[in-house]
Ligand binder design. Sequence first.
Ligand code: FES
Length: 129
Amino acid sequence: MIDAVRETARIRGWDPRRVRYEVFNAAHHPGDTDFAVRLRSGETVRVGAGVTILDALEASGVDTLSDCRRGECGLCVTDVLDPHDGIDHRDSYLTAEERGTSTQLALCCSRAAGQLIDIDIGGTAKNLS
Ligand code: FES
């Protein structure tokens, strides 16, 4: 229902910043699968089906920024170096135009559409197994 309201507002040309709604666990959907994110260092971090990119990076010891962890604040938005098969955007921070370019994603809720995404995060994973 929230998506329908947002889409109707978009069709009517309303300013998206004036449409208020609450997000309920945008990060996890049934049928999500594992994928990997490759850091600027070349290291790869696996992201499990029930795990966000942000959680996987933190568990691997990679320094990240975050706040809301629901795709609303934009603090975790990170540049994408190569989206490979695309990005499943689940945030409400990026505009439709920004999502269409696949040059950024919200680590706290968005996922790879395929098996791999290259992201522009420096540092190194300290806890890779
Ligand atoms: S932490 Fe707020 S959008 Fe990801």
